[in-house]
Ligand binder design. Structure first.
Ligand code: ZN
Length: 258
């Protein structure tokens, strides 16, 4: 884990990149921001989490770090020990956690349960879509006061640009940087189900409603059909080994949900 704290005082804000080592948009956004040597009005800790996985350009070394929280300092896996180290660093902070994805080109925010604190962090991303993934246990944002962002397709320049835009907006809204920034009022989707299964081809579009009776994924021996309408979230053909992704319901604008 690599950390760098800028600004004076004890940081209450942290920006985390590379929980997944092959998702490097957050790391490049942080590096280009810090290269500008800006004056920080509030201190911020920047983290590159899974450096070993970054070096090998893989998602993880022993196990998925984002499924290893809260971790164990004496754990059997590299990621279990790293998760414990990260928790010690992030426990008291508000966290922006930057990812990229196989599922969707446009950036969206994720929170683990909606409350005043998570809603405020979600607005600070400036993004128009928010997924409440509280239905699915695990993940850093389930352990800390935080918002995750999927910035776009893994390895693309667009994801890196989106990460930089979200990062600046977040730091502007939270008062860490004196830059133009705007809070958003995102459309909220709540995850209701996990769609398990290996080797399915996903044939729908994320955030586009799948009507009842429609096939949304298939493989040689099986088709998955919507038994009621839903919105696919983080669904993809190759994104996960053991699942297609998540079903969600659309619950309206954040300002109407709270
Ligand atoms: Zn990720």
């Amino acid at each position: 884990m690599r950390t760098e704290t800028v600004g004076d005082g004890t940081p209450e804000l942290a920006v985390v990149s590379c929980l997944h080592g092959d998702e490097q948009c957050g790391k490049s956004a942080i590096e280009s921001l810090l290269a500008e040597r800006l004056t920080f009005e509030r201190p911020v800790t920047f983290v590159v989490a899974n450096e070993a996985a970054v070096g090998a350009n893989v998602r993880f070394v022993d196990e998925d770090l984002n499924r290893a929280f809260p971790g164990d300092p004496d754990g059997d896996t590299y990621e279990s020990r790293l998760a414990a180290e990260l928790m010690a660093e992030l426990r008291e902070k508000q966290v922006l956690d930057l990812h990229s994805t196989q599922s969707h080109p446009d950036p969206f925010a994720l929170v683990d349960g909606l409350d005043e604190a998570s809603a405020r962090l979600a607005r600070a991303t400036g993004l128009e879509r928010l997924v409440d993934i509280g239905h699915v246990p695990g993940g850093l944002i389930g352990e800390v006061d935080g918002v995750a962002v999927e910035c776009g397709y893994v390895g693309t320049a667009t994801a890196a640009r989106n990460a930089e835009r979200v990062l600046r907006n977040f730091l502007g809204v939270t008062g860490a940087l004196d830059v133009t920034a705007e809070e958003s009022d995102p459309d909220v989707y709540r995850v209701t189900d996990v769609v398990e299964g290996r080797d399915f081809e996903f044939v729908g579009q994320n955030f586009q409603q799948v009507p009842e009776g429609t096939v949304f994924a298939h493989r040689a021996d099986e088709s998955l059909r919507a038994d009621e309408p839903f919105y696919p979230v983080l669904m993809s053909t190759g994104g996960y080994d053991e699942m297609v992704g998540f079903k969600a319901e659309r619950v309206g604008r954040l300002s109407n949900v709270e």
